[in-house]
Design a protein around this ligand. Structure first.
Ligand SMILES: CCCCC/C=C/CC(=O)SCCNC(=O)CCNC(=O)[C@H](O)C(C)(C)COP(=O)(O)OP(=O)(O)OC[C@H]1O[C@@H](n2cnc3c(N)ncnc32)[C@H](O)[C@@H]1OP(=O)(O)O
Length: 391
């Protein structure tokens, strides 16, 4: 439990202070924070005082809400009256965070402050470098425009297969997107493929051999999938072409999936001596029923876009010739909807099964770690690498 002592800031960043009269917290935790340390949090609070530019009311509201959630927990104050505009806006921002855990709110606060000014990042230099890396990564391109943060898989010569580095970059990109100014976040791919799944050379090219790659893979995969389970904003997949393996299973954790009619959906886990991941052992039977999920996850049946739509995995299919235009026009419209309302609705839906999803993810990663070291899997990967087999 956190013991919290509050005192009023005396005189810093007048505009922020006047707007919110933000309290400066001296928080003493008796157990370590999950992600951002207490020191990171305190440094971030100090950095807010040093901001040279007013970040605007929306950001200030977000800072206030995250601060209150991180220190006091979920909003339990009575809603201010309709004419008390400032306090009502603050209450609504705090209340919109629902039951977000204190540790997550603290992390989001630190991330948000980090994003506000370069000088604000001195406290978590390592994290700052990592964020910069995510932005600069050539295989993952992140842009933000029209209320949409776009995460593009950009390795077309390898059909956008996911390297270890790309998994890490996506984790960071999602972390940043969760607190940026965008309303929705979208994944898509460059070139003819959406994504050919895990890069099969991840396991063969690891310096420490298969054993080390399997251990590392299980840790990275668990964190990667967790970042999808916990992502707070609407998450949309724009599936521009074929999707394979983890690029398909992850779709069960997206809020909407739009597909070109050229897209296909293929999960050849048995062919590869592997087992399902990204919570698909739970989400797929729930979405399409166990008989259809079995055909995909056990027998590796490849679905066309229309079949995937009929099974409920895809929200809508578009002709390839008009796909990009139609989908982006629609998404720009959605991005103008009130963002807090969308977040709360997502939270209501996701909270019903978040715990279950985390448990399924943990179990799937443990199972996969063992499968990656099995003869079946090693043979399948070697066959692909030595060009003896493709899907
Ligand atoms: C942190 C770890 C988490 C692990 C999570 C586990 C996830 C499980 C999965 O995702 S299982 C799915 C794995 N994916 C595959 O098995 C796909 C393998 N690829 C293929 O079968 C084919 O390449 C293809 C059907 C996707 C496309 O065939 P096509 O003939 O159109 O094109 P090429 O084969 O010539 O591909 C072009 C180059 O891209 C390389 N490549 C494609 N996919 C992958 C991949 N998944 N891993 C590594 N490399 C891939 C391919 O080798 C070609 O490279 P080259 O030009 O250098 O030869």
């Amino acid at each position: 439990m956190a013991a919290v002592t509050l005192r009023r800031a005396r005189c810093w960043c007048p505009s922020l202070l006047q707007f919110f009269r933000l309290p400066v917290a001296q928080v003493h935790l008796s157990r370590p924070a999950m992600r951002a340390s207490q020191q990171d949090f305190e440094n971030a609070m100090n950095q807010v005082k040093l901001l040279k530019q007013d970040p605007g009311n929306q950001v200030k509201l977000k800072l206030y809400a995250l601060y209150k959630q991180a220190t006091d927990g979920p909003c339990n104050m009575p809603k201010p009256g309709v004419f008390d505009l400032v306090n009502k806006a603050k209450w609504e921002a705090w209340n919109s965070l629902g039951s977000l855990p204190k540790e997550t709110a603290r992390q989001n606060y630190v991330d948000l402050v980090s994003s506000l000014s370069p000088s604000a990042e001195a406290s978590s230099q390592g994290k700052h470098e990592a964020d910069e890396k995510a932005q600069k990564s050539k295989d993952i391109v992140v842009t933000s425009e029209d209320g949409i943060t776009k995460i593009v898989l950009n390795r077309p010569t390898k059909k956008n297969a996911l390297t270890f580095e790309m998994y890490q970059d996506i984790i960071l990109a999602l972390k940043n997107a969760s607190t940026d100014n965008s309303a929705i976040t979208v994944f898509t791919g460059t070139g003819d493929y959406y994504c050919s799944g895990n890069d099969l050379t991840n396991f063969t090219s690891a310096a420490g051999g298969m054993e080390e790659a399997a251990s590392k893979g299980a840790v990275v995969l668990r964190e990667f999938v967790n970042s999808f389970i916990d992502f707070p904003k609407p998450l949309v997949a724009v599936v521009n072409g074929p999707a394979v393996g983890i690029a398909v299973t992850l779709l069960g954790l997206f809020d909407a999936v739009y597909a070109s009619d050229k897209a296909t959906f293929h999960t050849p886990f048995s062919h590869l001596g592997q087992s399902p991941e990204a919570c698909s052992s739970y989400t797929f039977p729930k979405i399409m029923g166990s008989a259809k999920a079995t055909e995909m996850l056990l027998f590796g049946k490849k679905l066309t876009a229309r079949e995937a739509w009929a099974q409920g995995l895809v929200s809508e299919v578009f002709p390839d010739s008009t796909f990009e235009k139609e989908v982006w026009t629609r998404l720009k419209g959605y991005a103008k909807l009130p963002p807090n309302s969308m977040r709360i609705s997502k939270e209501l839906i996701r909270n019903n099964e978040k715990e279950k999803l985390h448990a399924v993810n943990a179990e799937e990663c443990t199972t996969l770690k063992a499968k990656w070291l099995s003869e079946e899997c090693i043979n399948a990967i070697m066959n692909f690498v030595s060009r003896k087999a493709k899907l």
